[in-house]
Design a binder for this molecule. Structure first.
Ligand SMILES: [Ca+2]
Length: 233
């Protein structure tokens, strides 16, 4: 309530200051936009500004959370993986992020691949990073690291590629049957979905059948009553 009032006041003050500001003379220059246009633009920016002010007010009063620098949530963004899978991936990421800076750089990736038993050439390592390096900073963020497993699970990685070796040797079960069975896993998922919708359809059908029976029963009863009344009268 109080914040709304304050916001209204701010808005009216904003409008007032804009009223008192000297208006550009439209006749002075032929290239100047038409008065209506400049007014519209002015209105837009003022409402934008007041929206910002209102929001700032809400944040100050605890009615709104400050716009966090969009936090990456692996659980919502990588819905194809279970919490356990993501936790395993996080543990692995942290294990090989020896510099503890939240990134796996080229040297760390080199060591990782050596530890996993699939050492890569310098160029091979560079290519591995390049394949998932969405922000082009030459190192792997945790999100980019998860992309490796996403692509592995989706069957998008070359069988002989470094990334595929990483995913397979990580011993993280991307699917119930490991990375190799990822395709089956997704097919099973699709089947499970269609089974689910089939189940729903069956329930719907049963309900409709019950309704039909009910209607028929009522019709029979009505017919019987009518018959009865014809006989009795
Ligand atoms: Ca990166």
């Amino acid at each position: 309530m109080a914040s709304e009032e304050l916001a209204r006041k701010l808005q009216s003050r904003l409008a007032a200051t804009q009223e008192t500001e000297p208006r550009p003379e439209p006749e002075q220059s032929p290239v100047r936009p038409k008065p209506q246009e400049s007014e519209a633009a002015c209105g837009d920016s003022s409402s934008e500004l007041s929206a910002k002010l209102t929001r700032r007010l809400d944040i100050n009063e605890g009615n709104a959370a400050p716009r966090a620098t969009r936090v990456f949530n692996p659980y919502t963004e990588f819905k194809e993986f279970s919490r356990k899978q993501i936790k395993d991936m996080e543990a692995m990421f942290k294990r090989y992020d020896t510099g503890k800076d939240g990134f796996i750089d080229l040297m760390e990736l080199k060591l990782m691949m050596e530890k996993l038993g699939a050492p890569q050439t310098h160029l091979g390592l560079k290519n591995m990073i390049k394949e998932v390096d969405e922000d082009f900073d030459g190192k792997l963020s945790f999100r980019e690291f998860l992309l490796i497993f996403r692509r592995a699970a989706a069957g998008e990685l070359q069988e002989e590629s470094g990334l595929m070796a990483l995913a397979r040797l990580s011993e993280i079960n991307v699917s119930s049957e490991g990375v190799m069975g990822a395709k089956d896993f997704f097919e099973a998922k699709v089947q499970a979905l269609s089974v689910g919708s089939k189940f729903e359809a069956e329930i719907r059908e049963e309900k409709e059948e019950r309704k039909r029976q009910e209607v028929e029963k009522k019709q029979r009863q009505a017919a019987f009553k009518q018959l009865q009344s014809t006989f009795c009268s």
